[in-house]
Design a protein around this ligand. Structure first.
Ligand code: ZN
Length: 245
């Protein structure tokens, strides 16, 4: 396409223009006559002219960008609000509550070759976690101040939530897993996750692993003890540890 170069500001103008788009200087249109008309058909010229002169189109484009910005902004804000909303969290165990000694129970069961299943409610496990983690603050992340961890049990699903504080805000990250214990190996397959009330796809949850790494490390003794059991079961509000039969 031939461009009309402005003699004043050197801007390349469309061949249909008479005055420069930028500075308004009169363009030298004689170059158009000199240049051999190269194959550009009338339709193409018409289309180009139409889009150049159509003010509606420019307005629509501006409106589209403005609207997109507003929508993206709203989505971002909504996501942040969801992230900052706490999930349904159990009350913090009172310091007077005497938590069950789950690890000790497990170690005794192994020692005494007991085969009786041991059952704990999620409230009991939470009381245990609160007391067990109290002595392990040093091992827990200081960057994002660890506040507490708690569990919710459902049929075959164990959800672990960690509350951390960032600039005084509490942020809860949850991971739901199918936990199995087979031949002394405890494995957890993530099935769901969330940050605050914002659900996170299980495939993305692996990127959230570092948010739980310090907790898993702090619970290493518990993990080793439970691995000595024969099986682990999760039911609504209940954890069942079954010794090797
Ligand atoms: Zn110009």
């Amino acid at each position: 396409m031939i461009k009309l170069v402005c003699p004043e500001c050197r801007r390349e103008n469309e061949p249909e223009r008479i005055y420069c788009h930028d500075c308004g200087a009169r363009l030298d249109r004689t170059v158009l006559a000199k240049a051999a008309p190269k194959g550009e058909d009338a339709k193409e010229t018409q289309r180009r002219l139409k889009s150049m002169l159509d003010p509606g189109r420019a307005k629509m484009r501006l409106l589209f960008f403005k609207t997109s910005k507003v929508i993206l902004g709203a989505l971002f804000t909504a996501a942040i609000v969801q992230i900052l909303l706490p999930p349904d969290a159990p009350p913090r165990p009172k310091s007077g509550d005497f938590p069950p000694q789950i690890t000790l129970d497990v170690e005794n069961a192994v020692l005494n070759r007991s085969t009786a299943p041991m059952q704990y409610s999620d409230a009991q496990v939470n009381a245990y976690l609160a007391s067990a983690l109290k002595g392990k603050q040093a091992a827990l992340s200081k960057v994002l101040q660890f506040e507490r961890a708690f569990v919710n049990f459902d049929e075959n699903v164990c959800r672990v939530t960690v509350e951390r504080s960032i600039f005084g805000f509490s942020v809860f990250t949850s991971t739901s897993s199918k936990v199995t214990l087979k031949n002394g190996t405890l494995t957890a397959a993530n099935v769901a996750g969330s940050i605050g009330r914002l659900p996170v796809h299980p495939l993305l949850m692996k990127y959230a692993d570092p948010l739980f790494a310090d907790l898993w490390a702090a619970l290493d003794r518990e993990k080793k003890a439970i691995s000595k059991m024969g099986a682990i079961e999760f039911h609504p509000q209940a954890l069942v540890l079954i010794p090797k039969q």
